[in-house]
Design a protein around this ligand. Sequence first.
Ligand SMILES: N[C@@H](CCC(=O)N[C@@H](CS)C(=O)NCC(=O)O)C(=O)O
Length: 224
Amino acid sequence: MGVVKLFATEGSLFCARIQWALKLKGVEYEFILEDLANKSPLLLKYNPIYKKVPVLVHGDNVVLESLVILEYIEDTWKEHPLLPRDPYDRATARFWAKFNDEKLVLQVWTACTGEGEAQEKAKESALESLALVEKQIEGKKFFGGEQIGYLDLVLGWMPHWISAIEEAGGNKIPEAEMFPSLHQWGQNIIHTPLIEECIPAKEELVPYLRFMIGYIRSSSANKP
Ligand SMILES: N[C@@H](CCC(=O)N[C@@H](CS)C(=O)NCC(=O)O)C(=O)O
């Protein structure tokens, strides 16, 4: 049913999870690179509410918000199931995905790019959150068990993006590397060939993240 197009940027951790899901499911897609400093008329037409990437277009269907897009991909293409079968396990995976998007990403971002008291508090909270996530992965190869699943894709930004955000933002969280199970999981993730081929090179990722830091600062300064 129709061609698949992904409107995305190379350095976005929200876009990477969609690329990984499409690759794992063996779905052919067209990658349409967006310039966030000069968004395309099509992006604004498809996502007039948030004006953000990723946007997935599948035939006539336009799907927005990366967690929703992941669920759409899971429901549409049956190869390589991403979510567990058991309803409680599915609910648990979704809970941690929400936790990642609503808390962990922002905590790490502020810890690496923020200043003063806000930065210190964010670092403390980021470490508390990482300790919680560490407990979830203890004794497992992937959050999805023996194979990469939905939560691995959602959290899969950590092994590559944290060090890049540190470099772009100027603050480090060295303690983030001291969670042994998360560290091992990170190695398992980034050395999975289908994932590895869609990880942006550090030399491109760091400038992109520097651009995003400035972009986010100026967007929040311009908010009424
Ligand atoms: N909740 C969104 C977040 C997506 C997001 O923040 N995308 C950023 C790139 S990493 C973006 O498009 N920013 C453009 C803007 O804020 O104007 C999702 O999960 O899809």
